[in-house]
Design a protein around this ligand. Structure first.
Ligand code: GTP
Ligand code: MG
Ligand code: ZN
Length: 292
């Protein structure tokens, strides 16, 4: 029988069997430990019924695989960036976009807490939001003060495994709770079970929404661009990549190369300055990164 792993807490897996439409608790077959396969949330697995636990016997090949947080087979990432409290962090946003693009996951960008912007700040922020739209990303502005702004997400979640990610405190859990009111109590129950005082989300779990699965994950905030080489970083900045075939040099990294279209676009204001600065920073970090 096949099922989706929806949760892993303290070595116990929760599986959801779509055919039987029910959840069950399982443990992996002992031999997995030797083979270095550890089933993770998002995996499709084969299992056998048994007591007290069902036994996971096989893990299907993954279409993508993340280590921090440990989740597989993501269809979609929702990157949440607050416009304030914590301050708008475009560096982290660009880093996360880069990491997802590298895994061929086109992220959807959510800017949260827009109620906290005054008029002047709103004007400045509008330039940023428009820019990310211009380069092709779906951009959604939300505030918990107006649940309709959050319910705009529902159609995007249909029939997909999505992960909501972003820095601590940007409002991910608040958003999930609005998307499905019944989640609120569930989230609290688990926090109690884990005996955590704080509200901060520390485990990874797929929640069933009306017609899809969503994981609320703190982890992607810590992304490094570990296994990416410089050219992969360059390709993950989608608007740079589009221009790069007009750069004079093949494999141009848009640093000091002559006749670079990306640098020209930065000069003319077609590229958002923070995008280029963040790009250069990521590339430079690579230059100094020790080879493992
Ligand atoms: N003003 C305002 N506050 C918000 C909004 N969304 C969330 N908050 C507040 O921001 C704080 C953090 O929200 P959470 O939903 O816990 O943030 P989180 O992203 O889940 O944080 P972690 O679980 O630590 O990763 C809470 O005090 C929320 O009430 C919003 O749209 N506007
Ligand atoms: Mg949370
Ligand atoms: Zn170039």
């Amino acid at each position: 029988m096949k099922a989706l792993i929806t949760c892993l807490i303290a070595g116990e897996y929760t599986l959801f069997d779509r055919d039987l439409h029910k959840s069950l608790i399982a443990k992996p077959r002992g031999v997995f430990r030797n083979e270095k396969i550890s089933p993770k949330v998002g995996d499709i697995v084969e299992y056998e019924n048994s007591t007290p636990y069902a036994i996971i016997t096989k893990v299907e090949p993954r279409k993508n695989d993340f280590i921090r947080p440990a989740i597989a087979n993501i269809d979609q990432a929702l990157i949440v960036t607050s416009v304030k409290e914590p301050d708008l962090n475009l560096n982290l946003l660009d880093k996360m976009i880069c990491a997802f693009e590298y895994q061929s996951i086109v992220p959807l960008l959510i800017f949260s807490k827009i109620d906290l912007l005054d008029d002047l700040a709103q004007e400045k922020f509008a330039i940023v939001a428009k820019y990310y739209q211009k380069i092709g990303y779906q951009v959604i502005l939300t505030t918990t003060k107006d649940p309709l702004t959050i319910n705009k997400l529902t159609p995007f979640l249909k029939n997909k495994i999505s992960v909501i990610t972003g820095q601590s405190g940007v409002g991910k859990s608040s958003m999930m709770n609005i998307l499905d009111e019944s989640l609120q109590s569930k989230t609290n129950e688990i926090s109690k079970a884990l005996n955590r005082g704080k509200h901060t989300t520390r485990y990874i779990k797929l929640y069933a929404l009306e017609e899809g699965w969503v994981a609320d994950s703190p982890g992607f905030g810590m992304v490094d661009l570990f296994d990416m080489d410089k050219i992969s970083i360059a390709h993950s900045f989608v608007e740079f990549f589009k221009l790069s075939n007009e750069c004079k040099f093949n494999g141009c990294l848009h640093q000091n190369e002559p006749s670079c279209k990306v640098k020209e676009a930065v000069m003319s204001g077609d590229i958002l300055p923070s995008r280029y600065q963040n790009y250069l920073q990521f590339i430079n970090e690579k230059q100094h990164q020790r080879k493992w």
